[in-house]
Design a protein around this ligand. Structure first.
Ligand code: ADP
Length: 173
């Protein structure tokens, strides 16, 4: 392949960004990650460093957990950002934002978000993935609530995450 052909091939890589809080990553997120990784050459899972939320895990911890649970998916990388999502997406040469939808409530919120992002940068598209019905009720908040009261979360998050939740709540009590 000629050098300029290689350049063109690199430009044509289909790169998507899946942004979120991932506080912590659940089987619902992981399902969206696995399915969207099949649709793109590269998927960047990006932890939003959002100061207005009060997260349980630090950004670094959330990234480590994401790395652990996606280590078997070769085209997934983990990153974080503290900027407008569209600006971060552009900075990574991506042009697609992936979001997951569980319910009509999610849809209404996500529609506002996608419309705003479109207004900010019309070259970036949002693609929605419908939840696997198995996980339609599942959220990071529910997982934290159950784990806080020492409930059983092994059907909701991978084992590594369960351990981290145990450690976190032990160190807090
Ligand atoms: P945010 O704070 O940005 O909503 P989350 O980490 O809660 O971050 O979620 C990131 C994305 O993953 C959102 O698009 C959310 O709707 C989606 N998501 C969360 N849980 C699930 C699930 N169980 N099934 C499908 N999508 C989900």
């Amino acid at each position: 392949m000629q050098a300029n052909e290689q350049g063109t091939a690199a430009q044509q890589l289909r790169i998507a960004v899946y942004p979120g809080s991932f506080d912590p990553v659940t089987y619902g997120h992981l399902d969206i990650i696995r399915r969207s990784a099949k649709q793109f050459d590269q998927l960047i899972v990006a932890v939003l460093n959002n100061t207005s939320k009060n997260p349980l895990f630090t950004v670094e911890e959330r990234k480590e957990m994401l790395r652990e649970v996606t280590s078997d998916i070769p085209n997934v990388t983990i990153d974080s950002f503290r900027d407008l999502t569209v600006r971060f997406v552009k900075s990574r040469q991506a042009n697609v934002i992936i979001r997951g939808i569980r319910s009509v409530t999610d849809f209404e919120y996500e529609l506002t978000l996608a419309s705003t992002n479109r207004l900010l940068d019309s070259e970036i598209d949002t693609i929605f993935m419908m939840t696997n019905p198995k996980y339609s009720y599942l959220s990071s908040s529910i997982v934290k609530e159950i784990a806080m009261f020492k409930g059983y979360v092994s059907e909701l998050v991978p084992e590594e995450i369960e351990k981290r939740l145990d450690e976190k709540f032990k160190s807090r009590s």
